[in-house]
Every structure is written in structure tokens, then in C-alpha cells.
Design a protein. Sequence first.
Length: 345
Amino acid sequence: MQMSGSTLSCGYANFGNRPYYPRRCKDRKSFSTNIESLPEELLFEILLLLSSKDIHNGARLVSKRWYNIIRNPNFVKAHLRNNPSTVGLLIQSYDVPGDPAFVSLRRGKVEGVYILNPETNFRFDLPRVICEPDEHLEYCIAYSAASKEYKVVHTSYYTKYYGIPKLRYCAILTVGVDKSWMHVGTQHLSATARNLLTGFPLATEGFIHWTSNERLHTHGYGESFGYYLPMGSCLTLFIERSEFSFEILKMKSETGEWTKLPNVDLEGRRSRIEQFVSECCGSRQDEPRYLILEPGGWLDEEVLVLHVSPTRVFVVYNVRTQEIDFFKFDYDSGGYGFNVLRKKL
């Protein structure tokens, strides 16, 4: 599918990498001498042409000189500029085992337990957390453009008090710098704010948000359900107008200011969506009589993925051009989780 100059790509993720075996050269001394004699600036430019996977699996292992160039923050920044990362959604079934599906556009931009880079298979161990049997843990990672560092926020909470979550603590860690978790004081927060910290966090560029999907009282169409989704550097709020339409607001993280975006209204495409569901899922006696669109995530600032609940069909919609396309999972599930994934160095 062509959508605003971008091609939709959907495939099942397999993060295993083939091991790297360096080949011996017949004239190893001559080869090594020629490579090492290249000027630093030229070698820098040559390495920029490689993909992040080739750099991790091969180039960084050639010599100490190459390794130092690749690990230089200036090289990493230049590589991000010259090789835009693939940004997409990792969709995982909640109740059916199997590989997650990665959905993306064939272009992207980025500025910036394990922490795992699926593109290079590089893993970073987080300090150990000792938890009790009835304790729940949540993690979220965000990139700080100002300090050029990744920070991980970790919350812990109980659910033994009549099923009501109770926050235990909140901690933060700077990746590659801190050796232990630094606890953040939450005693001054209201009960409502502390309760939000027991939810699943959402990350935008430089910020982590704790939200609650709940019923909202709106002007014009009464009580509606609201969904929060990250979109690059901003947080978006979807307000349900009907089963196939939403009002969208965008919040600037630095100021908290909300602005209105064009509505997503697919009521006019309902018959087409229902036809695709019928064709790919078949006609069954237990097939639901009604369908509901649930926002899943943004592929970029224009392209949105929505789940056609309660089926295994997903809609890809360009809010600017109003182009629409579909894809489906190979199996049914009681629910799907959406996580933004950026493939980069």
C-alpha cells in the first residue's frame, strides 16, 4: 500500500541475530595496513553508510579504532541523521503465545529485566529489583535530548487491598550511568496522583506520562470514553464520538497546552470495514453483530493504527489524506498490547 509516499510493512518479529564470524584474509597484514591508514574523517564517512545491524554485527568488531569511532556520541548522532530509523508498533496478543507483529512505514525519524535494542540485539542489564509475591512492577524508558541520555522509570505497587492498587514506590535510573535505582519521593502527591502511578506509563520524547482511560463529560455528545496515546514528542487524547469516529486533542508536553487535531471519522467507511472483516474472518454464527474501533497507536504524526474490536483486523488510516488500508493477525486474541518501537543504532 502506498500512503503519503510511504509503504506499509507488516511482519512477525524475530529478534535473533546470526552470530558474526570474522573471515581471515590471505594477505591480512596488507589488508589491515590499508584500512588503518585511512584518515579518521574518511573512515567516519564510510561507517555512516552502514546499517545499524551491520555496524553491530561486524564493523565494531574489526578493530579498536573502529569501535571507538562507532561508540563516539558524534557518530551516533550523525548516523541517526543519515539513516532514519524505522518507527512502528509492536503488537502483542495478551492471551495467545506467539511472536509479536511489527507494523511500520518504510521511513521514520528519531531524535534521539533488560533494555533491548531489537535491531542490534544489544542488551543492557538493569539493577536487580527484589519484589514480593503480591507486588506488581511497571517500567518505561524515555530519551532526554538535552542530556543525550536514556532514563528508565520504575514503579511498584500492591493489589492486596480488596483489589485496589496501592503505590509502594517510584524509582529512576540513568542508563549506562547509575548502578542502582534512585527513589523518587511521592509522599507529597495526592491520593489520585499516587493512584495514577500504578498504571501503565506512556513515553513521549523527554517525558513519561501516567494516564487513565475513563469516561469523559464532553460538550455536544455527552459522556464519552477517552484514550491516551503517545505521538512522537506529544501526547494525544482520543474522545469517542461513536463506534467509528473520534475527536483528537494533542498536548505539548513542555507546556501542557492542548490543541485540536482533525477528527477521525470512519462512519462512511463502516460498510467497507465490515466487508473486510467478513472476508478475512469468515461468516460465523457467533460473529458479533457490531464492531468498534479502538485506537492502537501512531506510526507517525499522520498515520494511525486502529483495532477493529472484537476481531483480529486492524485499520491503518492517514488522517491527512484519509487513505485507509487493512491488515490482520493470524489468530484471535482477547486483547492486544501496542508498544512504539524504533529500530536504530
